[in-house]
Ligand binder design. Structure first.
Ligand code: NAD
Length: 370
């Protein structure tokens, strides 16, 4: 097959490069055994980019991003750059990519792999088989709304304020992504807001309902207040299929859902832009964990979230459902076989490091394709 799938790899800082190496192993395997190859470019982001080029996401990286069909991102940040002023911090690297590439829909699955059900903070039977997806709007809302600031009022009292603001198109486009996703899953969407106390919440509910009527009436839609959703996630998470939320509520609820799965090192994510007339969309895939400075360089990080982010990339950017599933199954088989990195270790399992885990995934791929 021609090497026409353009992939930009941005390992970043801390454990980013360590776990990305294991994806490289999978890429090599795919080219050897499945005759699928990618045009791969590598770029700098985060602290590594600050050190080399003085910016957390330099123009050289943005130029590569513009050429790529999909971006696989590692993680950024670390104590070395903690004292930099806010506008030069490594974490701004991901914000520039999201903003400049119009990546407005953040997809965060919360999956409990059967062999890991014991790792959850909830009872195993409440989470065993959990597979839900949170679609979070990621370029609008209160994190970007104006006006914002801290001021001193005439009375001398100080006050702080932010603005939750959404246009109908900002809501509609992320709602469409969520409805389309629901169609490929259990066909159920729960839209979350605070329509009881916020104007922007009432508007959110109204626009989602309009989008539903206009093109997705076949999807089962329900609305839920964000506080109730948090409670339901912590008590009966399996009732959900796809959850749609604003930037703020999605941020909080997706961390809660991740905590329920009990394994940060296992969770991938995708952030998508709008499709163009040919159906192609900008997309970035990354694990939800950070650069884990406390374990960086020790060879003990769990590479599964990065590998599963690559599986999402295969599914969403290249329509390679079979390969994506194969990779996910390989990870599950490795866990079922009893191998564990330190973060998901349980008594009786075999504790392994990053590269042994990556090798084991490739070995399972080998067995499946034999
Ligand atoms: P973190 O996710 O890096 O680490 C939290 C804890 O989980 C740590 O104890 C870490 O060792 C562990 N952990 C994380 N990933 C793991 C893995 N794959 N395998 C095993 N253990 C793992 O979050 P943090 O400590 O709050 O942040 C560290 C740095 O990462 C900060 O600079 C933060 O700003 C940055 N960060 C970056 C991103 C990103 O790049 N998108 C996301 C979150 C945090």
């Amino acid at each position: 097959m021609a090497a026409n799938k353009k992939l930009l790899v941005l390992p970043g800082d801390g454990i980013g490069p360590e776990v990305m190496r294991e994806v490289r192993r999978v890429l090599d395997w795919m080219s050897r055994r499945r005759s699928v190859s990618f045009d791969i470019e590598e770029g700098l982001v985060g602290g590594a980019a600050i050190d080399a080029e003085g910016h957390p996401c330099p123009d050289s990286t943005m130029a590569k991003a513009a050429r790529a069909d999909a971006i696989l991102f590692g993680s950024v940040g670390g104590p070395k750059w903690d004292s930099l002023p806010f506008e030069r911090r490594p974490e701004l690297g991901i914000l520039r990519l999201r903003k400049d590439l119009g990546l407005f829909a953040n997809l965060r699955p919360a999956i409990v792999w059967s062999p890991l059900a014991q790792a959850s903070s909830l009872k195993a039977d409440l989470v065993n088989g959990l597979d839900l997806m949170i679609v979070r709007e990621s370029t609008g809302g209160i994190y970007f709304g104006e006006p914002r600031g801290i001021e001193t009022m005439a009375s001398g009292m100080r006050r702080a304020f932010d603005t939750e603001s959404y246009t109908e198109e900002e809501i509609a486009r992320v709602a469409r992504v969520a409805f389309e996703l629901a169609r490929k899953r259990q066909n159920k969407l729960t839209s979350v807001e605070k329509a009881n106390v916020m104007q922007s919440g009432r508007f959110w509910r109204q626009i989602v309902t309009e989008v539903h009527k206009a093109g997705f009436a076949d999807v089962e839609l329900s609305h839920m207040y964000a506080d109730n959703c948090a409670m339901q996630l912590a008590s009966r998470p399996k009732q959900f299929d796809v959850i749609l939320a604003s930037n703020l509520f999605g941020d909080v609820l997706s961390d809660l859902a991740a905590a329920v799965t009990g394994s940060l090192g296992m969770l991938p994510s995708a952030t998508l832009g709008a499709p163009d007339s040919s159906g192609r969309r900008n997309a970035l895939y990354e694990p939800i964990h950070g650069s884990a400075p406390d374990i960086a360089g020790k060879g003990v990080a769990n590479p599964c979230a990065q590998i599963l982010s690559f599986a999402m990339l295969l599914r969403w950017s290249f329509d390679m459902e079979e390969d994506a599933r194969m990779l996910e199954t390989a990870v599950e088989k490795v866990l079922a076989g009893g191998l564990r990195t330190a973060d998901i270790m349980v008594p009786g399992a075999a504790r392994v490091g990053t590269s042994i885990m990556g090798e084991a995934v490739v070995r399972e791929l080998d067995k499946m394709s034999a």
